[in-house]
Design a protein around this ligand. Structure first.
Ligand code: KG4
Ligand code: ZN
Length: 341
């Protein structure tokens, strides 16, 4: 087959990811993570992440090529996350991708991290029907995207005005004494808990927020509410029921995320909703989204959890889509852009 073979490089946060795809086929997905180095700080430390990317970059590229049984000369394109993300971390990936491209003559594509989170779904479920609504929820972002054209027009309809959903998961996990990153631990604990145990606040759901913040999210009030609840409980000398608090917190997050994503789809006459980003690995988010999408007559798609969190395959998937769509490569001097939208 003549499907483009593309290598994707991802270094926007704490994962050094290098993926290789042929068309929609995943050939390699190599990842080196510095997550353990950040755990004791309770969050990603940018300088630590940049250094880790620098050390991991070349070996991870080599591992991906070995896994795919290819050499650099076999590539039709190199794609790299140009932004958004941590500036110093992005620069490592962008610098490396430029070096590989210049050395080999393989065309280079600087791509958007959020669009890549959407594109990765093609590796699992094939071409994305356009338009589609993307609900992208990770440690850095909680956005509702309108995917008019994955190769060119992906527009943000709404976003978190404070903490990202994943950030809220990580902070609440910390309050509950769970390890970092807390999302997966909350997910697990919540399975044994009662999601109706407490009704935590649903941010930006009030009638007064329906105009200006229709598709926006807010999670810092929720985090504070959970913190207060735990404090009050401890002040009374009582134990904190970790599983129940995890379940009730998770329910509040998943409720607003799915409700607003479905609202966006309905109001824009869009039939497909796609989940992406690390929090899209959450079992309750998947379950509730499936339930509500079915009720609304919408198609829901999401990739397997491993492809939801940051990885190189998602960047390769978007790169391959751009090559196939005949999009021109990026100029070699394109910058890493930490606030790219
Ligand atoms: O997409 P990602 O790997 O990196 C960013 O771009 O931020 O997302 C990481 C975030 C973390 O906050 C982590 O706690 C969260 O995704 N996460 C989850 C789950 N798995 C990862 N949150 C809830 N439930 C999960 N199962
Ligand atoms: Zn991400």
């Amino acid at each position: 087959k003549n499907d483009p073979v593309v290598m994707g490089i991802e270094t926007s946060c704490d994962e050094t990811g290098v993926g290789i795809v042929r068309g929609h086929e995943l050939l390699a997905d190599a990842i080196a993570s510095s997550v353990d180095e950040h755990a004791r700080f309770g969050g990603v430390v940018p300088e630590v992440a940049s250094r880790a990317h620098l050390e991991a970059m070349v070996p991870t590229v080599q591992r991906a090529l070995d896994d795919a049984g290819l050499t650099l000369g076999d590539l039709d394109g190199i794609a790299v996350t140009a932004g958004p993300g941590l500036a110093g971390a992005l620069m490592v990936g962008v610098g490396a991708a430029k070096a590989y491209s210049i050395a080999t003559g393989v065309p280079l594509y600087g791509v958007n991290h959020l669009s890549a989170h959407i594109a990765v779904d093609t590796l699992e479920n094939g071409p994305i029907p356009e338009p589609a609504i993307g609900l992208l929820v990770s440690g850095g972002h909680s956005t509702i995207m309108m995917v008019e054209d994955l190769a060119g027009k992906v527009v943000q309809l709404g976003a978190s005005i404070d903490d990202a959903a994943g950030e809220a998961f990580d902070k609440v996990a910390r309050l509950l004494g769970l390890p970092f990153p807390g999302g997966p631990y909350i997910d697990r604990a919540a399975k044994e808990g009662d999601r109706a145990f407490v009704e935590f606040p649903r941010g930006l759901s009030a009638a007064k927020d329906q105009e200006k913040h229709r598709y926006d999210f807010s999670f810092s009030g929720l985090k504070t509410a959970v913190a207060r609840w735990i404090e009050a409980r401890r002040a009374d000398g009582e134990d904190v029921p970790v599983n129940d608090v995890a379940a009730a917190f998770q329910e509040a997050v998943c409720d607003v995320l799915t409700r607003k994503a479905i609202l966006a789809a309905k109001e824009h006459g869009v039939e497909t909703i796609l989940l992406g980003g690390g929090v899209a690995a959450n079992s309750r988010l998947r379950g509730l989204a499936a339930e509500r999408a079915e009720k609304a007559g919408l198609t829901l798609r999401y990739p397997r959890p491993k492809l939801c969190t940051d990885n190189g395959a998602m960047v390769a998937a978007l790169g391959s889509h751009l090559v196939a769509a005949g999009v021109a490569p990026s100029r070699i001097d394109f910058p890493a852009n930490s606030s790219m939208d």
